[in-house]
Design a protein around this ligand. Structure first.
Ligand code: IPE
Ligand code: IPE
Ligand code: MG
Length: 268
């Protein structure tokens, strides 16, 4: 291991109580974002087709959405399909789209039962008609729920989002609705697809890849990053608790010194 890489504490030794009992409920991240990766490799390990991995990935989505709602997490963003994923083999893309339509249709009653409000970010115009229709219905049917906000990133990429925001800012400047000298960080936030959500405080990526893959580049500025080798179809609530415990063990400095942070904690 590189000498500068700090080994991540492994909390699985806490056998006498569940990982969940160790979470400080006063210091939960309000927004968790997850890059759900590794479905294809999971299937390959089992000698199965990639779509089999995606099918099992849906089980993990259910489990993690339920786990997040139980904890009282306010926002959960799941990266399900990137703009770059359109370039995958045709059979995989169409299989994924079918799975998407079926999953949304089947899950709406559970979302409502658990008071979960669905949101979508991404270039949804690219989605097939059937998927767009299911999504529109699901968004409407869950719109008045007040618990967990479940944000699905579908046909999403951060560069797509930033280009879109820039075009809209330029158009509003041309129309005289916005003056360049008044543009602040908050203005930019208002033009992003995530304008209604706080920035993620914890970003999890499964499958052992250490990259962001065009996900929330602006919004992750100060997120704590948690990488795990677990493949997405194997990811369950206990893995989520482990990631939250890892997050709670970090010192978030936001550019300040460690001493400043400790001082503000003792005076708070
Ligand atoms: C993540 O799993 C799901 C999507 C990107 C749609 P992958 O399909 O990327 O699985 P690997 O990375 O090939 O194992
Ligand atoms: C990122 O996974 C996108 C999603 C999980 C939806 P990819 O599998 O597409 O990312 P790369 O290609 O390995 O960076
Ligand atoms: Mg992948």
């Amino acid at each position: 291991m590189h000498p500068k890489v700090r080994p991540r504490p492994d909390y699985s030794f806490i056998l006498f109580m569940s990982l969940k009992d160790n979470i400080d409920m006063q210091r939960l991240p309000s927004h968790i974002a997850i890059i759900m990766d590794g479905n294809g490799r999971w299937a390959k390990e089992k000698g199965e087709d990639r779509l089999y991995g995606h099918l099992h990935g849906v089980e993990s989505v259910r489990n993690i959405v339920e786990g997040s709602a139980e904890l009282g997490i306010k926002y959960l963003t799941l990266y399900a399909f990137s703009t770059e994923n359109w370039d995958r083999p045709e059979y995989e893309v169409s299989g994924l789209m079918e799975l998407l339509v079926d999953t949304i249709r089947n899950e709406v009653p559970t979302l409502n039962k658990n008071n979960i409000k669905l949101h979508v970010i991404g270039d949804v115009d690219m989605l097939p008609e059937a998927a767009k229709n299911e999504l529109r219905d699901a968004l409407n049917e869950t719109a008045s729920n007040t618990g967990l906000n479940l944000i699905m990133a579908l046909s999403y990429s951060s560069r797509w989002e930033i280009v879109r925001a820039t075009k809209n800012i330029a158009a509003d400047v041309m129309a005289g609705k916005l003056h360049p000298e008044n543009i602040t960080q908050d203005t930019i936030k208002q033009y992003l697809t995530t304008k209604d959500f706080p920035d993620p405080e914890l970003m999890i990526r499964t499958s052992g890849e250490y990259r962001i893959s065009n996900f929330l580049l602006y919004q992750l500025a100060y997120a704590e990053l948690h990488f795990t080798p677990t493949l997405w179809p194997d990811f369950r609530k206990e893995n989520l608790y482990n990631a939250i415990l890892d997050f709670q063990n970090r010192e978030r400095r936001f550019g300040k010194t460690g001493e400043q942070i400790k001082d503000s904690e003792t005076t708070a």
